[in-house]
Design a protein around this ligand. Sequence first.
Ligand code: SF4
Length: 99
Amino acid sequence: MANPWDGAIGTDEYNKNLDRIKRIAESQGFILNPDDQRLKKVVGLMTMNFNEFGKYFCPCKQSHPLDPDKDVLCPCSGLKDEVTKDGHCFCKLFYSKPC
Ligand code: SF4
């Protein structure tokens, strides 16, 4: 069965978001989730939020329905603490580098 985010994958906005996320990972010393399906899901859903609201709202921390006045943008303020504590952010998008 098709996933809701499948249509976003490979679009210009998806690729732009993925490039942005790669730059964030590089600048913070993180890597992206090596699980390609998880990566596509998180980046795809975030891109769908961007297409609808014009901002990169986190798809894992958002309200349902999304509340643009309250919900957080990616990267969120918890990113570093979450990676330090759990080895990855809440969405399992950014990971610490293996030792
Ligand atoms: S939990 Fe991860 S994907 Fe979600 S906003 Fe924070 S850094 Fe981005």
